[in-house]
Design a binder for this molecule. Structure first.
Ligand SMILES: C[S@@+](CC[C@H](N)C(=O)[O-])C[C@H]1O[C@@H](n2cnc3c(N)ncnc32)[C@H](O)[C@@H]1O
Length: 364
């Protein structure tokens, strides 16, 4: 079963996110590899905007009927072409869009068609709602970018073009950290790092379970990701606990060698050759910097393994997300051979769909 279909947040059928990438510690710049627009001020998610617009019930119903009809016209065409959403999925998203856009979504149900002049308060004007739904269907713009947020664990994180929409399977990363700190309470008080933080979802999830003394450094090469992660960190009032830094992988951590208690990352891991076959929502709209893992998808993962050996203190924990069993096995082999004796308790852990997804271990 595709978990993404069940999540309010994810119409992105994430099984298409096949991981991969290449090996060197890539000296690329985000501008040369990303086709995303540079955004300095992350946008406020639709549901958090003030309801400063209004429309009559009649005009809103016209929009809703138009939106439903174009959603219905899709049928299974997106699913057939690239495993994209079908009409049912789009209808569900339309309801969510209404929930986010109306101050009181119930009023659409409680006022009947004879109250056509009844005025509803909106968080976006009707023209914008027409535009947003057109973009969703015609451009296959991801729903999360349309409404500006993603529901992830108990969080609602802002997202926009240029930053990866956090996926349901990645939620488990926070549970893995929760498990390890229950076994070793000392880890709670040390420094944690989330490399390639994107929206900051993992860093925020982790710091909330670390408790009073928890500190996380969240890094990303992408300027947009750093802006969006900082926005999310501030929105959850965690700016004293999470420091967001821009730079390539371990670069922003200079001086912390051998001092890190926990290191997590969900790096780009899709093989370059698979990127063009991704669902349109992903391939056309999400940042290539977040997806493309190079020729075999392993480059950043291997770089991170090597860095983990250097950065973690003895007893320190790491967890990496991969695209599946082959990458997990490759990583474990790499650690057992190249870093023989540096790590113990190496484990491969499946996600909720049963796909071997994570590699975890402890620095010896
Ligand atoms: C698969 S996304 C994960 C984002 C986020 N952690 C999540 O799980 O939703 C990979 C992230 O790594 C970042 N990234 C790619 N290359 C990087 C590098 N050399 N150094 C730091 N971050 C990098 C991307 O910008 C992107 O945000």
């Amino acid at each position: 079963m595709n978990l993404a279909i069940l999540a309010r947040s994810s119409p992105l059928f994430t099984t298409s996110r096949i991981l991969h990438r290449s090996i060197a510690s890539k000296p690329f710049s985000c501008c040369s590899i990303s086709n995303s627009p540079i955004s300095i001020n992350p946008k406020t998610p639709l549901f958090l905007r003030p309801p400063t617009f209004s429309a009559t019930l009649s005009d809103l119903q016209k929009w809703q009927n138009w939106a439903k009809s174009i959603a219905s016209s899709v049928k299974s065409s997106f699913t057939d072409s690239d495993n994209g959403p079908n009409s049912n999925d789009l209808h569900r998203e339309l309801n969510w869009l209404i929930e986010d856009a109306l101050e009181n979504p119930q009023s659409l149900l409680t006022h009947n068609e004879f109250e056509i002049d009844y005025v509803l308060r909106l968080r976006a004007d009707l023209d914008e709602l027409y535009l947003l739904w057109k973009q969703r269907i015609e451009k296959r713009r991801p729903f999360q970018y349309v409404v500006g947020c993603e529901h992830w664990r108990d969080l609602v994180v802002s997202v926009e073009e240029g930053v990866l929409i956090p996926r349901p399977e990645t939620e488990l990363m926070v549970d893995l950290v929760d498990d390890v700190i229950k076994e070793n309470e000392d880890l709670k008080e040390g420094l944690w790092v989330d490399l390639g933080t994107g929206s900051g979802a993992i860093a925020i999830g982790i710091v909330r379970i670390l408790g009073d003394f928890g500190r996380v450094i969240a890094t990303d090469l992408s300027h947009v990701a750093v802006q969006v992660a900082s926005f999310n960190v501030n929105r959850y009032n965690l700016q004293d606990k999470i420091s967001v830094k821009q730079g390539s992988w371990f670069e922003p951590l200079s001086g912390f060698e051998g001092r890190v208690a926990g290191l997590v990352s969900n790096p780009p891991y899709i093989p370059s050759g698979h990127v063009s076959g991704l669902q349109a929502e992903v391939g056309r709209h999400e940042p290539i910097l977040a997806l493309d893992g190079g020729e075999d998808g392993m480059a950043d993962l291997l770089h991170l393994c090597n860095g983990a050996a250097l950065m973690l203190k003895s007893g320190g924990f790491f967890a990496f997300e991969t695209n599946g069993e082959d990458q997990c096995r490759f990583l474990v082999d790499h650690m057992e051979t190249i870093h023989n004796g540096s790590f113990h308790n190496l484990e491969i852990i499946p996600d909720f769909a049963g796909i071997q997804r994570f590699v975890t271990g402890i620095r010896s």
